[in-house]
Design a protein around this ligand. Sequence first.
Ligand code: CTP
Length: 129
Amino acid sequence: MRVITFGTFDVLHIGHINILERSKALGNYLIVGVSSDELNFSKKKRFPVYSQDQRIKIIQSLKFVNEVFIEESLELKRHYLKTYSANILVMGDDWSSKFDEFKDICEVRYLERTPSISTTEIIEIVKKI
Ligand code: CTP
């Protein structure tokens, strides 16, 4: 089974590792769409701390990740699901029900987020040090 998931994965933390590990466990081939710097800027009005090339290299080096690509646009989800022949789409439960429209072409699973950690929170903590 081919599993796909998406995210920024900036300033990698245990929540990222947990969701990628659990995504892989749902199948045997894990594809990760890492959002581009431009896509992040358009969403959050700031660039990620790590560039997209660095984020891709980091995610690609994880043992449970098989393939990585750049997610250029949020509007292209269906195209990516088809291009990568995904059987299961995994998202964190902060996105609960938001991707149900794709249930016609793949299984859609929302996994519980790891509590009490996020990239935004890490950046805030580091700023205060
Ligand atoms: N994620 C998770 N548990 C966390 C943080 C993130 O399971 N504590 C998951 C998200 O649900 C998503 C993936 O990791 O499926 C990538 O999330 P991303 O937005 O890159 O990470 P965040 O830490 O949430 O980043 P930010 O604070 O910038 O929103």
